[in-house]
Structures are given as C-alpha cells and as structure tokens.
Design a protein around this ligand. Structure first.
Ligand code: ADP
Length: 469
C-alpha cells in the first residue's frame, strides 16, 4: 500500500484502470466459461441419455429371446458414439448378458446393476444406468460408461480461446489506460511542476494556464488567484519592510538625538549651577536623566526586536559549548557580583545563526541571574536530542513565574515587576521568541512561583533556509 501511495499519479491511474478492467473481465469471463461448460456438458449428457435409451429398448427383444449375439452386435454400434467406452447389458436376474468395450480402454469389473434410472460423474467418467421395462415388467438394465475426455478437451479449448481474448482485451486496456490517464494526470502534473518552480525560484509571478472548466480548471483558477494574493502581499511586505528600515534609521538616529541633547543639557545644568541647585532640583535632574536613559535603552531594544525578524540569518554549525564560554566571559562581572554558578554539560553542535543564538542564550542566562531568589543563583544548561530537533533547557533556582503569566512574558513589553525592582524593558524574551521562530523552533517555560524556572527552546535539525533567499 505504501508503494502504491508513493507512485506518481500517472501510474496510479493506469494501475487503477487496469485492476478494474482485469477484475471485471475475469469475473465476466469466468461466468461465460462456466455457462459454456455447463451448456456443453448438458448437451453431451442429453445426447448420451437418448442414445442409451434407444440402444436399451432395441436390446429388449434380444433379452426376451436370449439372443446374446444380437445383443452384442447391437451394443457394438456404440462405437460410433466417441464418448462411450464401455456398455453392459444385464438380464432381469442382473446377470451380465452382453457387453461392449472400446479398444484401448480397460474393461469394467463385475458389478450389480442399478434397477433405476441413474446417472453420475466419477473418476472422469459419466456412468449411466437405464432400466429396461416392457409393459410394466422389468427385463434388464443397460449400463454405459462414457469418457469425459472429449468434454475436457472441449473445456480446455473454450478456456484457451477465452484466455486469448482476455489477453487481447488487457493489452487493449493498457493502451487505452495509458492514453486516458493523460486527460486527468497531465493537468495535475503541470500544476505540480509550477508549484515546484515557484518554490524553487521563489517566483510568485508565475501562473498556470487553464485547459478545461472541470474541477481541475477551478483548482487552477483558485491557485492563480492565490498566487496573485501572495504576490500582492509580498510586494506589500517589501514596502512595509522598506518603511520599517526607514523608521529604524529615524529611530536610531533622529529619536535618540534629542535624548542625547536632553542628557547633555541636564549635565550642563548640573555643571553650571553646581552648588546653587537645591536637593529637590538635583533629584529632578537625576530623574530626567534616568528617564532619558530608559528611553534610549527602549529604542535600542525595539531596534533589536525589529532586526531579529528582518535581518538575514546565516545558519552554520554552532558549537554551543563555545557559545557558553563566550557568554561566561561577557557576563563575568554580573555572574561574580551575584555569586552565581553556571553549569552546562556536553552541549551539542547545532545548525543555527551563531550571533543570534548567542544573544538568545545570553538573554536567558542574564534573566536567570537577574530574577534570583534569596540564595545564590544556580543555573544549569543541558540539551536533549529528538529525531528532528534539539531541545535546550536553561534552568534556574530563582523567583519563578506564576503559571498564569508564562505565555504573556514572550509578548513585547510584558514585565511582571515594576521598574524599580528589576531593570529591563520587557523585550528580551520577545526577541528570543523571534530568533527561535527563525530556527523553526519553539520557546516555552515551565515554572512555579518561588521554585525556579526552566526555559526550553527547540531548534529544528532541518531549518527551512529557502525563505532566507
Ligand atoms: P526584561 O528582562 O527586560 O524584563 P524579558 O522579556 O526578558 O524582559 O522578560 C519578561 C519578564 O519575564 C520579566 O520581566 C520577568 O518578569 C519574567 N522572567 C523572565 N525570565 C525570568 C526568570 N528566569 N525567572 C523569573 N521571571 C522571569
């Protein structure tokens, strides 16, 4: 069944037509052959019955006059009937009176005749008993044994003839099926080729030309319509991307520029007025500077989020153990300050974009340190291999996350704490999610409040890199 499923539609159609034709022809021919054989057998049986009856009645005078010679001569006439091989005439006391044996056929042993009309097939022979009566009194029995050889030969001839016809018809149906399947398979194959072309060249401007108004024609129409929509959305997306790039430029330069001015003027104000500033005014200036800094970080994080969804990823073989060493180096101060321990065991080499996967792991590890509980943070990183993906886990012994918010934390700006307690913009995990989606994977968390959290992310072993073209 598996082999049939994987066959090309062209061969499937030919096979279906052939199987249906063969089964129908076989059933039809079996019925015709059986009917023919039955008719022929009936014909022969009727012929022999009539012959036996005639011969028997003509032998009654010989029995009446005990003329064995006449009876024997009469029985010998049976040689003209090719099927008859033995004939035995019994008198009214069931004694053998006369017999006939065709040359080359064995004689039959002595037997007690049946006194009733009786006929049966046995050992490839037809056995006929014909009781002979005259005016109600029993005079004897004629027994005839007829060979089925002729019938068998005739049957063989019938079967051979039908077999040849069957072969001819099958040959014809193969040719017809080969021609007919094109009517159905050709448009489907054409559609498949177009789909292959589209996905290979990423060219959504291609269209398929409709041939007929059947269901496949409707499929073509809808497929072309779908392509038009995709083409439209791609153009729209490219336009939006272009706008986004322009916005990014504005955000990174123009929006941050006033912030820089704000901070510099705050500093100037502090320098110029120095001791003249009241404590309240100093605190106000400090808040302004802090808010400007936060705004600056927010803009930078937003830029990163938008870049994670748009920039081209470069997938290479990445050794996660090396990635961990670099992260440990980059986060050394944070780790030391928080007295954190980061452990990992034999991490795999995966196909990924190195800089993005490093950012993602650094993000998860920084969070694990940042959201620590009362004790020193202990962070473990381990991997599990599945058939089609890798699952990496980052587990900590921090404050944990209420199950109600475990999905929301991946939404941009979603934070579970006020600004004061933990620093951050709430964009880190949203960036992680975007990075993981570009690796055909998923990111999720398992956690309980006060009992630490484990962040899992999966990375497909077969990333669809065509979209990067
Ligand atoms: P940020 O760290 O800037 O607040 P993230 O997107 O990285 O933003 O995280 C979103 C929120 O998810 C965090 O504010 C925090 O409430 C929660 N969170 C993330 N990681 C952890 C963790 N390891 N333990 C507890 N809470 C976490």
């Amino acid at each position: 069944m598996r082999i049939f499923k994987d066959l090309s539609i062209r061969y499937k159609l030919v096979l279906v037509i052939l199987v249906v034709t063969t089964v129908t022809l076989l059933i039809g021919f079996s019925l015709i052959i059986t009917f023919n054989i039955k008719t022929y057998e009936d014909l022969i049986t009727n012929k022999l019955t009539v012959v036996v009856r005639n011969v028997g009645y003509n032998c009654i005078p010989a029995l009446d006059f005990s003329d064995k010679l006449y009876a024997k001569k009469y029985l010998a006439n049976m040689s003209t009937i090719p099927e008859v091989v033995n004939a035995r005439l019994y008198d009214y006391q069931d004694n053998l009176f006369a017999s006939y044996n065709r040359d080359g056929f064995e004689k039959i042993k002595r037997q007690k005749p049946e006194r009733k009309q009786f006929m049966f097939y046995e050992d490839d022979y037809l056995h006929i008993y014909e009781p002979l009566t005259m005016q109600g009194s029993y005079r004897g029995t004629l027994y005839v044994r007829a060979s089925k050889q002729e019938i068998n030969e005739k049957i063989k001839e019938i079967v051979n003839t039908f077999f040849l016809i069957l072969l001819g018809l099958l040959l014809f149906s193969i040719l017809l099926a080969g021609w007919l399947q094109k009517l159905v398979s050709k448009p489907i194959i054409k559609l498949t080729r177009t789909v292959e072309d589209i996905s290979y060249h990423n060219d959504f401007s291609l269209r398929v030309k409709k041939q007929a108004n059947d269901e496949i024609g409707v499929l073509y129409d809808n497929f072309n319509y779908m392509l038009e929509r995709i083409d439209y959305y791609i153009n729209e997306l490219e336009r939006n991307n272009q706008e986004l790039s322009e916005f990014n430029y504005v955000a990174s330069h123009d929006l941050r520029e006033p912030l820089r001015t704000l901070t510099s003027y705050c500093q100037l104000l502090k320098d110029d007025l120095g001791n003249q500033l009241s404590d309240d005014a100093k605190e106000d200036i400090h808040f302004i500077t802090e808010a400007a800094d936060r705004m600056n970080t927010l803009i930078l994080d937003l830029l990163q989020l938008s870049r994670a969804g748009r920039v081209e990823f470069n997938y290479t073989e990445v050794n996660l153990n090396d990635v961990m060493k670099t992260i440990m180096h980059d986060l050394k101060t944070t780790i030391d300050e928080n007295d954190a321990s980061v452990l990992w065991e034999d991490l795999p080499i995966i196909k990924a974009d190195k800089s993005h996967i490093s950012r993602l792991m650094q993000n998860l590890i920084s969070n694990a340190v940042k959201f620590k509980a009362d004790h020193a943070p202990l962070i473990k990183i381990y991997a599990e291999e599945k058939t089609d993906k890798w699952i990496i886990a980052v587990t900590d012994n921090g404050i944990g996350i209420d199950p109600r918010y475990q999905e929301q934390i991946f939404v941009p700006f979603k934070r579970l704490h006020g600004i004061g307690k933990y620093s951050g913009t709430g964009i880190g995990l949203a960036i992680c999610k975007k990075i993981i989606e570009r690796h055909d994977g998923k990111i999720w968390v398992e956690s309980e409040r006060g009992k630490g959290s484990t962040f899992f992310f999966s990375i497909s072993k077969n990333i669809d890199t065509t979209r990067e073209k």
